[in-house]
Design a protein around this ligand. Structure first.
Ligand code: AMP
Ligand code: ZN
Length: 494
């Protein structure tokens, strides 16, 4: 068996992956903050994590995957300041924070399903684990890692040795980064809130550097809980520690997110978890690079360049899987540039691949006795086990298709690879949408209509007009209208 190597941010090198318990893997991926739609940058990170999970499964591991839903405590400033993003979403849309969370969790799950991302085993909500978070803070308090300010309970990062072990930054650099969110009551700039009070003890107007606005004085929060320290809500970082410790138990193998999580969120998760338990918190830390927009700027929800799956792809008639294909063409640790042109070229690449698979299907390559080519499988394992090298894996797919293997063997081998790639090759059929140009796609349609459409396309290419007319009539009998346009046949369900 090929060994699996993953780049571990903790040690800044590729390392052989070894799980803590037998052939089982505990995988924790930081999930979305559900106050808005996910943008395609966020979705790039979830695609990378999906590839990781599929590679683990392909290697025969039994994976327990937890992805949390952040529905409280993530403030507009990642450390401790600003407004809770959920409460902000509630104000923006005139709904309750709970409604906002429910709506955007559903939207998120629809997006990831369109990208063929496997579902986690559990998707716990931070608001369902308040007690676990309070218990963890109590432990930290008992061990002397916490202190109180007028707006909450804070973790004293100076008390935790090797606070910078994930970021590898000098402490001064980390402090400098943290100074963006000034809070004069903190002992160290890197200290972060574990619990925040709904009503700060000092009125915001009396604070030296208050990020609060006048109206915050009167508005109590929608999401708040009783705690030993007063009514309030948990800080953002504590939820991932509490839920991963509770749900993965001893299987703290791999923890992932985007690179922006390294210096603050994951650094703080490690500090508070290891301080509380006295044990190592996750052995492997993997981080995906950003999706940038032209000029290398990071895509962010607060920007005007906030592209969702819906507005960047679906509305433009581009299949979401083309984005997945595009994401796989770039290694997950390299920045990816977004442009409409790049997406359209990914769509073309995927269309070509689907077409090849359909041709193999037409050659009856789907037979039951199909077998995967052993040599290509070894090559495939080598590239994906080398820190998830998906660009090389895609190149290998082309190599298989161009090889002199029999159609059956080609089909079986590429479909085997698709367990990792997730490009829908197993379910591809010709789709006829309400009103779209005839094209290769997944999702079912009437197989007979699809077959006739294909024949008609061929007849037209051969300028066999009588045959083309005859086929049109046949297709119409099945309940579709056919219009010939410059781009191809436009099919409508009547
Ligand atoms: P959030 O919903 O803001 O908590 O982010 C969800 C995930 O998306 C996190 O793992 C982030 O690190 C990641 N992320 C945020 N912006 C980008 C981006 N432009 N490209 C790739 N991943 C991102
Ligand atoms: Zn997290």
């Amino acid at each position: 068996m090929e060994k699996l190597y993953l780049y571990n941010t903790l040690n800044k090198r590729k390392e052989e992956f070894r799980p803590l318990v037998d052939n089982k893997v505990g995988l924790y991926t930081c999930g979305p903050t559900v106050y808005n739609y996910a943008h395609i940058g966020n979705l790039r990170t979830y695609i990378f994590e999906d590839i990781l999970k599929r590679v683990l499964l392909y290697n025969g591991y039994k994976v327990k995957h937890i992805m949390n839903i952040t529905d409280v405590g993530h403030l507009t400033g990642d450390m401790n300041m600003g407004e809770d993003k959920l409460e902000l979403g509630a104000k923006r849309e005139g709904k309750t924070a709970w409604e906002i969370a429910e709506f955007y969790t559903k939207a998120f799950n629809e997006d990831v399903s369109k990208l063929n991302i496997l579902k986690p085993d559990k998707q716990p909500k931070a608001t369902d684990y308040i007690q676990e978070q309070i218990d963890l803070i109590k432990k930290l308090e008992k061990k002397g890692y916490t202190y109180k300010t007028s707006d909450g309970i804070y973790f004293d990062t100076a008390k935790f040795k090797n606070y910078n072990k994930l970021s590898h930054l000098k402490l001064d650099e980390l402090k400098e980064g943290a100074r963006v969110e000034r809070n004069l009551e903190k002992k160290n700039p890197t200290d972060f809130a574990l619990w925040k009070f709904s009503e700060p003890l000092t009125p915001p107007s009396l604070r030296a550097t208050s990020p609060y606005k006048e109206e915050d004085k009167i508005s109590r929060r929608q999401m708040e809980w009783e705690s030993p320290w007063g009514v309030g809500f948990p800080g953002w970082h504590i939820e991932c520690s509490a839920m991963s410790l509770k749900l993965l138990g001893k299987q703290l193998d791999i923890h992932c997110g985007g690179i922006d999580h390294i210096n603050i969120h994951h650094t703080n998760e490690i500090a508070q978890s290891e301080a509380a338990t006295g044990r190592k918190f996750f052995n492997y830390w993997l981080h995906g690079a950003f999706l940038n927009i032209a000029g290398g700027k990071k895509m962010a929800k607060s920007d005007e360049n906030f592209l969702t799956l819906e507005n960047a792809l679906v509305k433009k008639g581009i299949n979401p899987l083309a984005y997945r294909y595009g994401a796989l063409s770039t290694h997950y640790r390299k920045p990816m540039e977004y442009s409409e042109e790049a997406i359209r070229s990914a769509q073309k690449g995927l269309d070509k691949l689907w077409k090849k698979i359909m041709e193999l299907k037409e050659q009856k390559a789907e037979g039951k006795d199909r077998k995967v080519n052993a040599e290509f499988k070894i090559q495939f394992l080598k590239v994906i086990n080398d820190d998830l090298n998906t660009p090389k894996a895609l190149a290998l797919v082309q190599k298989v298709l161009k090889s002199d293997l029999s159609p059956e063997e080609k089909f079986a081998t590429v479909l085997d690879f698709d367990q990792v790639l997730g490009l829908g090759l197993d379910i591809i059929k010709i789709r006829v949408e309400k009103s779209v140009i005839f094209k290769w796609d997944i999702e079912g349609t009437q197989p007979e209509a699809a077959r006739l459409l294909k024949l008609r396309e061929k007849a037209r290419a051969e300028k066999n007009w009588p045959e083309s007319d005859r086929l049109r009539e046949e297709i119409e009998k099945l309940g579709y209208s056919v219009e010939d346009t410059k781009e191809g046949m436009r099919i409508k369900k009547i």
